[in-house]
Design a protein around this ligand. Structure first.
Ligand code: HDD
Length: 754
């Protein structure tokens, strides 16, 4: 008895001794109950699990499907042990034959520790290696049983636990977050009909049309194989060589060169299922569907110069942002919208819906909101959850089915396959983060690291010895949509005709952008292609862009020093298709400004000895009250003495957190403070970057002199630039409004003036 209380049993095993104790939520700071969506009625907490849901999970019966608490470990007040649970007396010294003698082979404690350490790493994902994830809840806001029998969309208010991983595609596991790249947006829904993984990106189209080309694409885009450079980016010869020879990539390039590829935050980007999928209802009727996630905070991006600088200042910028927002209770929220259309409609479109390089314009098929997703809990352990989570496109539930998109077909194979080497075997579905909350019963057995302890002697079907169990679900199970085949279909390698239209939607995207966005796209092409060493590749790219838009091609060519425009690239498809839509304002980033909130925005309030504190403190209080993060910044840490009132404790120095890590900046009044700040080049650089990156700036009183010192015109008509007296509430209001708008691009020039 005494021994048991001194060294309590492993909670994973405790059920065998005391089932009640095993099912109780473990105590300790690392375990918090999931935060339900405010106002929702159907969240049920099971064992304090984060996997909340209204289904009937088989908690406590099947060891593979219990809540994550089953495997959470909290070492508070626990003794250090070996992996066998043996208490360790001394964790500082190996066992030696005498103090100066040789270390003994017998020291199994040393060997266990070192051996485990030697095997800590697993292969990183072949693509999307760099990522961050969070737990959350999906709630159905519009039931659509007429379209799908998927239970998560069957009932308004129904909640389904989710785990979401965001990622960059190209960079290695430790690469920078703000590289120009597509972002992955992968959602695992733990539904009561099994897990559904919607593995999407923040861009609704893809580089290629057929999975056959995926290894080529990735080989071209990843660091070049002879010297393994560059890291996390496409600005090199092999990518653009491939791109210039694959005109189907053109539409995707337009998106990837836009500011979509440098999001401000995972909280401020859209997500897309990309492919056309199918919804299937109880009657077995099918509709095509496209999935869209839209962030409540609006779509906001960085500017390129800023993204580059953030890479140095904080390579974890997006990871930190997601983590901190969730810790602060500013839960990222996204709306799930569907474009649902029939096969007959699709046949009438000027593009092929099986071609992943095409969108279905919203003007053609509106997006209907059906649910919302709130990310409300950070993982407890990065490796166990974020690294080991295995998203597989093949994981669908009854009511959700595939289309014949040939890119999708390859993905259905690739994801399960890659997990087998990445996670070391076929039992990766038993790793707690991957285990469904729905029950798992089948006759698959054994394999490396099997967790489930199957009872009985039956592991085959049909059987009579096990009473025929587990038995087929029949119509209640997943029934693939019996899509009829065309009578004259032959086995063939090739593509349907409309796949060959490579430019119409690239032009649609270009025509739908604002002037600011167009300029950023030109700049991105210019930057990326300037890094390409092979002139023929640069020219070939320009010859392709000539089919998108003459001005775009010309501007890029000028940036590359190409004086004579090349001959346009020969088109694969000579027949002209008439697009239904020639401009779609919804494709602009500015079309989704967000809910006007300033939650989780970061504001640098610059202080120095001799500043006037009252206005700054009042502002900081207001910003904090609205959920923003206000930081007192100065040239060094320590306390700053204002002209009156209490000293202000500096949160962070200019050196440690440069301008690019803030969304906005405030300059103080006070002649002495301004004089001090003006003599420090870093302050001026800070201000210039804020201005150049089009962020809101508020200067109180003499603080305006700092703007002038940077060559910024303080009387310009710029709603993002506010010059105020110290007690101006109007100015504070204007500043908060400017912050909600995010960026003020009217001041932007190319090249930058300041
Ligand atoms: Fe993929 C990972 C998204 C095409 C093969 N992909 C991966 C992830 C995302 C996407 C978000 C990371 C999941 C996570 O966070 O763990 N991939 C896409 C999208 C595509 C796409 C939206 C096009 C519409 N992918 C694609 C093709 C293939 C793959 C055509 C192969 C034929 N993708 C993989 C993979 C990865 C992967 C090799 C690497 C790690 C993993 O799967 O789990 O299987």
């Amino acid at each position: 008895q005494e021994l048991a209380s001194a060294f309590p049993f492993n909670p994973n095993k405790a059920a065998e001794y005391d089932p009640d104790a095993a099912l109780a939520p473990p105590e300790g700071p690392s375990v918090r109950p999931a935060d339900p969506i405010v106002g929702a009625s159907t969240v049920t907490e099971r064992n304090g699990s984060d996997k909340v849901g209204s289904g009937s999970p088989n908690i406590g019966q099947n060891p593979t499907v219990g809540p994550l608490d089953r495997v959470r470990v909290d070492s508070t007040n626990r003794v250090l042990t070996t992996n066998q649970g043996v208490p360790i007396a001394d964790n500082q010294h190996s066992l030696k034959a005498g103090l100066r003698g040789p270390t003994l082979l017998e020291d199994f404690i040393l060997r266990e520790k070192i051996t485990h350490f030697d095997h800590e790493r697993i292969p990183e994902r072949i693509v999307h290696a760099r990522g961050s994830a969070a737990h959350g809840v999906f709630e159905c806001t519009q039931a659509i049983p007429e379209f799908t029998r998927a239970s998560l969309l069957g009932e308004v208010g129904k909640q389904t636990p989710v785990f979401v991983r965001f990622s960059t595609v190209l960079g290695e596991r430790g690469s920078t977050d703000t590289a120009r790249d597509v972002r992955g947006f992968a959602v695992k829904f733990y539904t009561d009909q099994g897990n559904w993984d919607l593995v999407g990106n923040n861009i609704p189209v893809f580089f290629i049309q057929d999975a056959m080309k995926f290894p080529d694409l990735v080989h071209a885009a990843k660091p070049e194989p002879h010297f393994a450079m560059p890291q996390a980016g496409t600005a090199h010869d092999t990518f653009w060589d491939f791109a210039s020879l694959m005109p189907e990539i053109t539409h995707m390039l337009m998106w990837a060169m836009s500011d979509r590829a440098i999001p401000r935050s995972y909280r401020t980007m859209q997500g897309f299922g990309v492919h056309t999928y199918r919804l299937v209802n109880d009657e077995g009727e099918s509709h095509f569907v496209k999935f869209h996630w839209s962030p409540k905070a609006g779509t906001h991006s960085l500017v390129w110069d800023e993204a580059v600088k953030i890479s140095g200042a904080d390579p974890d910028f997006h990871r930190r942002d997601l983590w901190e927002a969730i810790e602060a209770g500013a839960y990222p929220e996204y709306e799930l919208g569907l474009q649902v259309f029939t096969e007959e409609q699709a046949e009438g479109f000027s593009f092929d819906v099986l071609d992943a390089t095409k969108i279905v314009p919203e003007e053609l098929v509106p997006i209907v909101p059906v649910g919302r997703m709130v990310l409300n809990r950070n993982p407890d352990n990065f490796f166990a959850e974020t690294e080991q989570v295995a998203f597989c496109v093949a994981h669908v539930v009854p009511g959700i089915d595939f289309s014949n998109d040939p890119l999708l077909a390859g993905r259905i194979h690739s994801y399960v396959d890659t997990q087998i080497s990445r996670l070391g075997g076929p039992n990766f579905h038993e790793i707690p983060i991957n285990a469904p909350i729905a029950q798992v019963h089948n006759n698959q057995r054994d394999g490396i690291h099997r967790q489930a302890i199957h009872r009985g002697r039956v592991s085959y079907e049909p059987n009579s010895l096990g009473g025929g169990c587990p038995f087929q679900a029949g119509a209640a199970g997943l029934v693939s949509f019996p899509e009829p085949r065309e009578a004259d279909d032959h086995k063939v390698r090739g593509k349907a005709e409309r796949f060959a239209d490579h430019y119409t939607q690239a032009t649609l995207f270009w025509n739908s952008q604002t002037d600011v966005e167009k300029q950023h796209i030109i700049n991105a092409f210019r930057f990326e292609l300037s890094r390409v060493q092979t002139p023929a590749v640069r020219e070939r790219m320009v010859s392709g862009l000539m089919h998108v838009d003459a001005d775009l091609a010309q501007a890029v060519a000028t940036g590359l020093g190409i004086r004579e425009m090349p001959t346009p690239m020969p088109k694969v498809m000579t027949r002209e298709l008439t697009p239904e839509v020639t401009a779609s304002p919804a494709l602009s980033l500015f079309a989704r400004p967000g809910d006007g909130s300033i939650r989780a925005r970061r504001i640098a309030i610059v202080v120095a000895d001799g500043c006037e504190a009252a206005s700054l403190v009042a502002l900081a209080q207001r910003l904090t009250a609205e959920g923003a993060v206000a930081r007192f910044v100065s040239t060094a840490l320590g306390a700053v003495e204002p002209t009156s009132g209490d000293a202000i404790e500096v949160d962070v120095s200019l050196e440690a957190a440069p301008s690019v890590l803030y969304d906005a900046m405030v300059l103080p009044a006070g002649a002495d403070a301004v004089r001090r700040l003006q003599t420090d080049g870093r302050t001026l650089e800070f201000i210039k970057d804020q201005y150049r990156h089009c962020k809101p700036l508020l200067a109180f009183g003499e603080g305006a002199q700092l703007l002038t010192a940077c060559g910024i015109e303080t009387d310009a008509a710029d709603p993002g630039l506010i010059v105020a007296t110290t007690d101006a509430t109007d100015a504070t209001d204007a500043f908060v409004a400017a912050l909600a708008k995010h960026r003020h691009f009217a001041r932007e020039t190319d090249p930058p003036r300041v």
